[in-house]
Structures are given as structure tokens and as C-alpha cells.
Design a protein around this ligand. Structure first.
Ligand code: WT7
Length: 647
């Protein structure tokens, strides 16, 4: 049996959920009165500007509506409502790549958001419901922009700064955005880099929908100023620092965030205002034990869902201090993160296993050099965490005193679904433990029957709706239903399918085994194999290819390609050239790590590549599952042999 690690009580003063009994009570409350319990939390945590009529409207499944006809304003919830009591409290600590920091109080944040909201309305004529693309570095202006959009009811869609011009163009066009907000560039590892030229390129190759580009000057490098470009810095101080908070409906979209699926183009996941904010707020309190007096740091970029919910909306809704960092955690050395924890007395640190593995590799004893006693909760997210990494985080970073919360969730879930509670749950390295109160997570087999046996693998599903669930895929309702709700449980109820496999351990904790679909997870970032393959196939000498995830010590998974060539060529050269294409079409996060040239790929009789077989081979696992549909069974042994020779 794996060892259990119990929370250290002295670290937690007055946590929201104190112990296992209180946790059980909360489960029972939800089980006995699902809507009533949500109702109570919604009233307690959200400053409704007009009360809702109904907690949950499930008359049109899977298009659930939460807190119907309730009105709120997310900027009011995250900023303005804190001003009465806490105006001079620090909302954001910003640390630049160069180590210089800036402190933004709630009052200053409120003024900045208002000026930015006025700029959006007056200068850019942005109205409620318009889409605004944010393609920015991690600087405070990016957050002012998010909250300003929220204030006026514009829908932001943040595109991670590592995506290429083509990937950016696809997202801009799909959202039919009127405005793109960017920066000239920013700083990374002591050097300046550029973003604006990538926006220029995206607009050159498409995006007629874009009327204006708003440029925040950060590195002050030279940029080409075109007809559509407007410089933020020139206009922002001319705007009034006052703005009212219009009433928005609970179900109005707050943002879109594009994420990869197993087929086709990225999906614009659409989140709502009311339900999303409730769960962002509650999970901050439950999972991180976040108090308004805490200083909290989530290292995720705002280009990912973690950066939305847990660097911006969640911590600000609670009224705490959130740390925003422009730079790279390993620069100037592997002590950067620990130095920042000491300097700002950070209470909760939230990051990805990949980063923990990197920091450990570069400086296993670095944490010792700093005073990390302020830490209470250590969070991880994005990929499974191996036991060794978990133990290093727990022992070397947390000195064996902090709770480690391994949080399982997805872009689509909006917030945490499965996680320990820091004062209540006995922790097991490598398991996100149990579903949170209010969340119904089950492991089901192919026929929708509940899996209950320890160790038996099944599909992770969520069987009841929850407030922060995705509401739609922008412009593609059919795909929304097809991607997530095409499975029923045994009793015929509609359920949400996560795309992950899982099993129960001996404590009835859920252990996630990873994606069961054609999505790979590199350093906690989701990539679709179909998108990568589309690009790889553009290489002149690539006849066919299949891309899978290959286990990697640091990144969790690395992109691996099986390729059939039309002409014999040098493998190294092919890899280099393929990566030039990938960098152009998607960005450097999607590069192929290694490849194998083969004469044949496993296919069904109808000609579909059987990627799951290749996945098993790349994982060096036994090839499982039904092989009856394979066209030529000898291909499996052939590829296995070739793979073994090389890797
Ligand atoms: C996929 C979602 C949630 C924010 C970051 C990624 C994997 C996420 C864990 C975890 C094991 C995890 C799953 C999931 N994942 N958290 N704690 N343990 N796997 O968001 O890009 O939407 O990816 O990340 O496979 O389906 P995302």
C-alpha cells in the first residue's frame, strides 16, 4: 500500500474544510440537496447585482444554464467590490524578467481596468459580445485588458504568446475578433523578444475581421506602425479612471479559450460568467486555502486555462494578492522561483510537474538556500506527477510540512474537479485523490457501467453538471455535443466524457492514466495529433505519418512521429525540416522530438491509421486492444522491432 501523508494541522488556521469529517458532511449536503447547496454557495460567494431565479436549468441538456437571470459583473466581483474595505491592499505583485517588481493595489487595479474599459469602448468601439484577442506577455496590462473586457461584457480570447502567426490567424478568424491586443514585445532570459511582428504577419495572411490592433509598449523596440495600429500607452491616461459596472447575465460568455481536440482545428471553449466565477472562487478557498491576506503565485501563463482561473479570476475574486511573473523560472538560475517565494512570502505555489522536474534537475538543493517557511500549500496541475517528483516537492520545497494538492481538471471544466483538500485529505503521491464536493466523477467502462474494482482501468466521466463547465464550442455546437456528451451511462443518462483514462487505488482514490484519445500532453500543454500530422504531412517527402506521445523524463510526454517517406532521405535532416514547418504553422511548443522512419503503418482495412497501437509501442508497452480490424498484422511486430533497435 502506498504511504499516506497527513496534513500538518498547525499550518492551517481556520481552513474552509477542516478535516475529513467536514469534508464528508459537505459531500452529504450536496448528495442530499444538490441545488440547495449550490444555491447557498452562490449567494455567499458571488456579489450578484440582481438575484437569479433558478439555480440550474437542465431542460436542454447538455446546454445547462446556471443561476438563470442572475446578473453580475465579473470586474466588480474581482476588483470593485473589494475597494470599500481594502482599497490599498495589494492585488498584483508584478515581477519583470529583470527582477524589478511593481505593486498594484486594488485601487490602482480598479482605475487601470476602468481606463482600459473606457479605451475599449471609446477608442475601439468594442461592445458587449464582441470578441477581443489578447496576444500578450505576462505583464499587468494583459490582466487589465482581461478585466476590462469582462467589465463591458466583451468576450476575450487569449492566445498564448508561443503560438505562431498561422495559429494566431486561425484563432482570430474562428472567433471573428474585431480587436487584437498585443505588445511590441517583452523580456525573457535577459533579452528582449518581439510579438507585434507576429500579429502583423497574422493580419497579412488573413483576419479581415480585425478592425484595430492595440499595442502596449513594453520593450520599446522598433515596430512597424500600420493603419490599424493604436498605441495603448499614448491613450490610456487620457481615459477616465471611472466606469460603471453594467449588469451582465450569469450565462453571458466571459471568454473563449482555444484548445486542441483529437481531430480538426482547435476548439474555442466557451465559459460563462456566473457559474465559472463561483467555481473559481470556491476552489481557491477549498483547494488552496486562500485567504484575502495571502500572497499566492500560480506560474501558469494567462494563455492557458490555469492562468485564467488560478492566476487572475480566482485569486482576485477572493481579494488576495496574486503574483504575476514575466520571466522564465530557470533564469538567471534554478533558484529564481525559491527566491521569489522568499521575497514575497508566498503562501501558495501552483505550478506544473514539468517545471518541478526541471527545477529539481537544475538545482536539487536550491530550495535549501531560501526561507520557504511562508508556504502552506503546494499545487500541481496539467499532467500526472510521478512519485519521485512529488516527494521532492513535498520534502525539499515544503520541508514535509506543506500539503501537496495534485489538481486534476481541464480547459473545459473551468476549475478543479479532482484534488485533495489541504487540511482534510490524506495525500498519496501520484494521485489527485477524490472529486471535490459538488462534483460527480466516476470511472466507467466502455458500456457505461461503473468500474469499482481496484486497479481496473476505465474512462473518467463527470456524471452531473457543475457550474463552471464549458457552455459550448464557439461556432460549433454539434462538435461540442459530439466531443463531450456522446456517451451515456448504463442507465442512459447523459454524461460528460473527459478523454482521460483512470483507475481506483486501494484507498478508492482516482489515479489518472492519461488521455485515451489522440491528444498529447507536452509539459502540461495539450496538443492535438491531427494538427501536428497535418503540418508534418506538408513536407515534400513525407508520404504518411502518425504522431503519438512518447514518455519523457522532463516534459511528461514528447512528440514522436512515425513516418513513411516517399524518397529515402537523411532522418536528421527530415526532422529539422519538419520542425521548421511546425514552428511556422503552430509554434515551438509543437515540435517533433524524435521520429522513426518506417515502410508501413498499422491501418484498418478501411485505411485508417491505428494510432493506439503506435501509442503502445512508443510507451514500450504491450500492444493491447482489439487487433481484428487491422489490415496487415505483421506491421505491428515490424514497427516494434524497429522502434526497439533505435530507442
Ligand atoms: C488534460 C487537460 C487543467 C489545466 C492544465 C491543462 C491532463 C490535467 C492533471 C493532473 C494528471 C492531468 C489530463 C486532462 N491533466 N491535470 N493533475 N493529473 N493529468 O489543461 O490543456 O485542458 O488539459 O491535462 O489529461 O485531460 P488542458
Amino acid at each position: 500500500m502506498s504511504k499516506l501523508f497527513y496534513p500538518k494541522d498547525y499550518k492551517f488556521k481556520d481552513p474552509k474544510i477542516r478535516n475529513q469529517k467536514e469534508l464528508q458532511d459537505l459531500y452529504d449536503r450536496f448528495a442530499n440537496d444538490f441545488e440547495g447547496t449550490w444555491d447557498q454557495f452562490a449567494k455567499e460567494k458571488i456579489s450578484w447585482l440582481k438575484p437569479y431565479d433558478k439555480v440550474l436549468d437542465d431542460s436542454n441538456k447538455p446546454f445547462y444554464r446556471w443561476f438563470t437571470n442572475g446578473k453580475l459583473n465579473v470586474a466588480h466581483q474581482c476588483v470593485d467590490r473589494h475597494l470599500e474595505e481594502n482599497k490599498n491592499k495589494v492585488a498584483i505583485i508584478f515581477e519583470g524578467d529583470d527582477g524589478k517588481s511593481d505593486v498594484i493595489t486594488y485601487r490602482k487595479l480598479g482605475q487601470k481596468v476602468n481606463r482600459t474599459a473606457n479605451l475599449l469602448t471609446n477608442e475601439f468601439k468594442i461592445q458587449k459580445g464582441d470578441r477581443v484577442i489578447i496576444y500578450m506577455p505576462m505583464i499587468p496590462e494583459a490582466i487589465y485588458m482581461m478585466l476590462a473586457c469582462a467589465k463591458i461584457g466583451a468576450i476575450h480570447s487569449i492566445v498564448f504568446g508561443g503560438f505562431s502567426a498561422e495559429a494566431l490567424r486561425d484563432r482570430i478568424s474562428s472567433a471573428a475578433a474585431k480587436l487584437v491586443v498585443t505588445a511590441d514585445g517583452a523580456f525573457r532570459k535577459g533579452k528582449s523578444y518581439m510579438l507585434k511582428p507576429i500579429v502583423d504577419k497574422a493580419l497579412e495572411i488573413g483576419c479581415e475581421c480585425v478592425k484595430k490592433v492595440c499595442v502596449v509598449k513594453r520593450n520599446f523596440e522598433e515596430i512597424v506602425i500600420g493603419d490599424k495600429d493604436v498605441i495603448y500607452n499614448d491613450l490610456i491616461d487620457l481615459q477616465s479612471p471611472k466606469a460603471n459596472s453594467p449588469l451582465h447575465d450569469s450565462e453571458d460568455p466571459l471568454f473563449l479559450l482555444y484548445t486542441s481536440g483529437s481531430t480538426g482545428k482547435p476548439k474555442g471553449i466557451q465559459h460563462s460568467m456566473g457559474g465559472y466565477m463561483l467555481w473559481a472562487h470556491l476552489t481557491m478557498e477549498w483547494v488552496f486555502d486562500l485567504k484575502p491576506t495571502d500572497t499566492y503565485w500560480c506560474t501558469a501563463d494567462i494563455g492557458w486555462i490555469t492562468g485564467h482561473t488560478y492566476a487572475v479570476y480566482g485569486p482576485l475574486s477572493v481579494g488576495a494578492t496574486t503574483v504575476i511573473f514575466e520571466g522564465v523560472p530557470t533564469y538567471p538560475d534554478a533558484g529564481r522561483v525559491w527566491k521569489m517565494v522568499e521575497e514575497y512570502s508566498i503562501n501558495q505555489l501552483y505550478t506544473a510537474p514539468t517545471l518541478i522536474r526541471t527545477l529539481r534537475q537544475h538545482g536539487p538543493t536550491e530550495p535549501e538556500k531560501y526561507d520557504l517557511t511562508s508556504l502552506r500549500v503546494l499545487g500541481t496541475v496539467g499532467e500526472p506527477i510521478d512519485e519521485e517528483t512529488w516527494l521532492w516537492y513535498y520534502n525539499e520545497v515544503g520541508s514535509g510540512n506543506c500539503s501537496v494538492v495534485d489538481t486534476w481538471w481541464q480547459t473545459e471544466t473551468g476549475g478543479h474537479m479532482i484534488s485533495p483538500l489541504p487540511a482534510a485529505t490524506p495525500m498519496v503521491p501520484g494521485s489527485a485523490t477524490k472529486h471535490l464536493p459538488g462534483i460527480w466523477a466516476e470511472i466507467l467502462d466502455e458500456n457505461g457501467k461503473m468500474v469499482t474494482k481496484v486497479g481496473e482501468k476505465g474512462l473518467l466521466c463527470i456524471t452531473r453538471p457543475w457550474p463552471s463547465m464549458a457552455r459550448n464550442i464557439w461556432g460549433d455546437t454539434d462538435r461540442f455535443v459530439e466531443s463531450y456528451f456522446n456517451k451515456n451511462d448504463f442507465a442512459g443518462n447523459m454524461i460528460y466524457f473527459t478523454g482521460d483514462g483512470a483507475f481506483y487505488d486501494e484507498y478508492h482514490n482516482i489515479v489518472i492514466t492519461g488521455r485515451v484519445d489522440d491528444v498529447i500532453n507536452v509539459s502540461g500543454h495539450r496538443l492535438g495529433t491531427a494538427e501536428i500530422e497535418d503540418s508534418v504531412n506538408k513536407h515534400f517527402y513525407v508520404g504518411e505519418c502518425a504522431v503519438v506521445g512518447k514518455p519523457d523524463k522532463i516534459k511528461g510526454e514528447a512528440v514522436f512521429a512515425f513516418i513513411r517517406l516517399t524518397e529515402p532521405c537523411d532522418e536528421k535532416l527530415i526532422l529539422k525540416e519538419i520542425n521548421i514547418i511546425l514552428k511556422r504553422e503552430i509554434g515551438s511548443i509543437a515540435l517533433v522530438d524524435s521520429l522513426l522512419v518506417v515502410d508501413n503503418l498499422p491501418k484498418t482495412r478501411s485505411g485508417k491509421i491505428m494510432r493506439r497501437i503506435l501509442r503502445d509501442i512508443a510507451k514500450k508497452e504491450e500492444v493491447k486492444g482489439d487487433l481484428s480490424t487491422i489490415e496487415d498484422p505483421s506491421v505491428v511486430a515490424y514497427i516494434q522491432e524497429k522502434f526497439k533497435e533505435k530507442y
